[in-house]
Design a protein around this ligand. Structure first.
Ligand SMILES: Cc1cc2nc3c(=O)[nH]c(=O)nc-3n(C[C@H](O)[C@H](O)[C@H](O)COP(=O)(O)OP(=O)(O)OC[C@H]3O[C@@H](n4cnc5c(N)ncnc54)[C@H](O)[C@@H]3O)c2cc1C
Length: 476
């Protein structure tokens, strides 16, 4: 290992170090992995050189973009013995096209940075509910979900350094340099689309991505309340309206104890479930027609627009995010106080920040399925003695991401063990019911996906020495 670190030092100087302990800390209290080095490249060329050294010395690499994968492992690799490639210094916005709605960004570009670059223009980023200083590329590669739906839907092409050291560009980007007006207007390239191979995978280090942007437009929010015994009908009514495009993704069905609802729950709003759903509001006549339709579908609904004088804070926050403005509000709500998320280890090295572990099953957008998995979650809660906060985020007109999380006291080993046992059991039991994870944490990567042999063959071709993110989403 000395040999590899020595070579990386020659290459990167002080940007190649032995791993400080901080890299092992994480708010989920997963066991730290041993790291052979932390490497902080500033360019694709440096990434290529890092891979060449790794190949010579057979040291696996684990890339992270901003490393704020909270709840799933923060910046921990899946396996011991990796050199962590921290891409935070590769933070250039390489291009913005306001006509064809895309930005080309390096992995260290944060939501805040891109939102600022787009401010006042005609298009905006699909921001997530996570912190301002999370990575657009990192979240997209994890298949994160923004306020306007699945981030991978916005991914048009990317550039990656493979385990072989080769640089590839996907989509039509591969043709850049051969003349022509623009390479990023069309999503899939020509022939088999390989962009998707790099999401939730272990084939390479993504060094830039083409991120589709959204037209900047006005939304109104519907807050729809439902009792527990009305949940199935509530979800089915939401789906029908989503299928008609009355609502945009992500519709968010929350159990009423969700910390992000503090400030809107009061004597008048006590139902067991509270759903946020956004309606396009730029065309007032269209908005009015949808509001009539929505009001007729639900007994208990309120509407909030950005111009409302007495807007409750949770509605204001959501409308801000829907207008492409990221913020730390949901992190603050979790902590119960403001948190400075600019610091790389902000939540992870703060023992007072609540412990947090989650399970993220894919659930059909149908009342019967939602109530079935809620019943399973409550059964597991009763057995394990935890309390799960339940959210369902629509990712399409047909499917939802369950975002189930348990918070715990990080200083109490018994609570930590219980929360971890909950996560493993919940994921296993949900999968047995047919609700397989759509994302998972570094301690729960082991699952079969039915095409393991094909993935291994691709892995062997793109990363023959198994240098890239060992154990991540691809069984080895
Ligand atoms: C209060 C709160 C709210 C949240 N809200 C949301 C939400 O609304 N939506 C959501 O999706 N998540 C949410 N999260 C979870 C998480 O914080 C985000 O998903 C966050 O964006 C992930 O961290 P990151 O952007 O720094 O990505 P990273 O941690 O950098 O990347 C995630 C993973 O992708 C892989 N990866 C990253 N970069 C590369 C690369 N360049 N090449 C190859 N592989 C790479 C790595 O395996 C890495 O571990 C929330 C968390 C909290 C605590």
């Amino acid at each position: 290992m000395d040999g590899a670190l020595g070579e990386w030092r020659e290459l990167l100087g002080e940007r190649a170090t032995v791993a400080p302990d901080a890299y092992g800390r994480n708010l989920t209290e997963f066991a730290a992995r041993s790291l052979t080095a932390v490497l902080r490249p500033t360019s694709r060329e440096e990434v290529q050189a890092i891979v060449a050294v790794a190949a010579r010395h057979r040291v696996p690499l684990y890339p992270v973009s901003a490393g704020r994968n909270w709840g799933l492992g923060s910046r921990l690799p899946v396996r011991d013995g990796c050199a962590l490639v921290d891409l935070g210094l590769m933070n250039r916005i390489l291009a913005v096209d306001e006509e064809l709605h895309y930005a080309v960004v390096e992995p260290g570009v944060t939501q805040r940075q891109l939102a600022d670059a787009l401010a006042g223009g005609p298009c905006m980023l699909n921001v997530t509910g996570s912190a301002e200083h999370t990575s657009v590329v990192g979240n997209t590669l994890e298949r994160g979900v923004g306020m306007l739906g699945l981030r991978t839907r916005d991914l048009r092409a990317l550039e990656a350094v493979l385990g072989t050291g080769e640089v590839v560009r996907t989509g039509h980007w591969a043709a850049e340099g051969s003349g022509g007006p623009d390479w990023h207007h069309h999503p899939d390239g020509l022939g088999p689309d390989v962009t998707g191979l790099f999401a939730q995978s272990a084939f390479g280090i993504v060094t830039a991505a083409v991120i589709g942007l959204h037209p900047r437009q006005e939304y109104e929010l519907a807050l729809v309340n439902a009792p527990d015994d009305g949940l199935a009908g509530h979800v089915d009514a939401l789906r029908r309206l989503r299928q008609m495009d009355a609502f945009v993704d992500r519709i968010e069905v929350n159990s009423a104890d969700d910390p992000r609802l503090i400030g809107i729950r009061d004597e008048a709003r006590t139902a067991a479930w509270a759903t946020w759903a956004a309606v396009r509001a730029s065309e007032k006549a269209v908005l009015a027609a949808w509001k009539d339709r929505i009001a007729a579908a639900f007994g208990d609904v309120e509407f909030f627009g950005a111009a409302d004088p007495s807007l409750p804070e949770p509605a204001r926050t959501r409308l801000r995010k829907l207008s492409g403005e990221p913020g730390d509000e949901y992190v603050d709500a979790m902590a119960g106080r403001p948190v400075d998320t600019r610091r790389a280890f902000a939540l992870d090295d703060d023992p007072a920040f609540p412990g947090f572990v989650c399970a993220l099953p894919a659930v059909p957008f149908a009342g019967a399925h939602v109530t079935a998995i809620v019943a399973a979650a409550r059964r597991i809660d009763a057995d394990t003695g935890v309390h799960t906060h339940l959210t369902f985020n629509s990712v399409s007109a047909h499917s939802m991401e369950g975002f189930f999380r348990v918070m715990f006291d990080r200083a109490d080993p018994a609570q930590v063990a219980t929360a971890h046992a909950w996560s493993a059991r919940a994921q296993r039991e949900f999968a047995a019911l047919g609700y397989r994870p759509m994302r998972t944490g570094v301690d729960t990567m082991a699952y079969a996906n039915g095409h393991t042999a094909m993935l291994r063959a691709i892995k062997h071709a793109l990363d023959p020495a198994s240098l890239m993110s060992p154990g991540r989403y691809i069984a080895s």
